[in-house]
Structures are given as C-alpha cells and as structure tokens.
Design a protein around this ligand. Structure first.
Ligand code: RP5
Length: 164
C-alpha cells in the first residue's frame, strides 16, 4: 500500500541501489495491507532532510521507521536520534565487505539510542516489515488476524514442499 493516505511505516534507504533488497519490506507491508511510504534519504548526502524527516515522522502518524543502508551505515542511528518511534535498521550487502560493515555499523548503537537491527539483505528487510507489523498489531486486532494468516500460509507452504 505505497502511497496510502495514512502511511504507518516509513521505509527509508540510503540509495536507490538499496531498493533491490528493501523491496522485500515493501512486499510484506503490501501483503499485510499496511500503508507505507518509501523514500531515498541519506545520512551523509542529505543530512538536513534526513533529520527533518525523522523529526516529523511521529506527528505524521508513522508507527515505525525501517532504515536500510550500506557501508558505514549510520542512517538508522541518525533517524533514531531524532525520533522516539521504533527504528528498525536493515544492513545492506551492497559493499565490498558484503554487508558485514553495514551490520556492525547498525547493530553497535551506543547505549541510550536504540536501533532494532535485522539480518543483512532481503531477509532482514522482510523481517523489518514483519517486526513493524507486530508493533502496530499491539493496537490493531484486525492486523493480528492478518499476521496469523500470513504465518499460517508460510507453514502450509512449508508442509507442501516435496523432496526429490
Ligand atoms: C549507502 O551507500 C547506501 O545505503 C548504499 O547501500 C551504499 C551505496 O550507495 P550508492 O553508491 O549505490 O548510491 O549510503
């Protein structure tokens, strides 16, 4: 539900090159019918806009922010510095270190400003969306049901797998 009237999740990434992985978050949010806004913002290339976005996120009605970045990946931490909303970081594997650098940059937030850190790449992006859904579902019983159905469908898929 990109472009939904009231987006609940901000899906932010440091570069369009991250979309290859971050699209996995958008896909899950679509499946769960959660409105989101996806946007490229960079902590070092557009620092002022990034801070403005983070500062306004709560009053705009967002419930979580997902931030994907690669390399010296400070986007999630910078956003977390300007909002009390839960910020979920996704390390991008777009770097020469295959995302280990991104992972360590995002996960090692100093005490006091937390960032929930997911796995590197598409799995992390998908889980960031599911984690957002769990947070939003705390106050949305219809979403609890959609999440339960989503998990049940994954279980059915697994049980239908046939070995050669
Ligand atoms: C980071 O640098 C971005 O999040 C991206 O993962 C990485 C490379 O960006 P581009 O050079 O592809 O724009 O800021």
């Amino acid at each position: 539900m990109a472009g939904a009237a009231t987006p609940l999740v901000g899906v932010i990434m440091g570069s369009k090159s991250d979309w290859e992985y971050m699209a996995a978050a958008a896909e899950i949010l679509d499946q769960l019918q959660i409105g989101y806004e996806s946007k490229v913002l960079s902590a070092h290339r557009t620092p002022d806009l990034t801070l403005e976005y983070a500062a306004a996120a709560s009053s705009r009605g967002f419930k979580t922010i997902i931030a994907g970045a690669g390399g010296a990946a400070h986007l999630a931490g910078v956003i977390a510095a300007k909002t009390l909303l839960p910020v979920i970081g996704v390390p991008m594997p777009t770097t020469t270190l295959n995302g280990i650098d991104s992972l360590l940059s995002i996960v090692q937030m100093p005490r006091g400003v937390p960032v929930a850190t997911m796995a590197i790449g598409k799995a992390g992006a998908a889980n960031a969306a599911l984690f957002s859904a769990s947070i939003i579902a705390l106050n949305d019983s219809a979403l609890v049901e959609r999440l339960q159905n989503w998990r049940a469908a994954r279980a059915r898929e697994l049980l239908e797998q046939k070995l050669p």
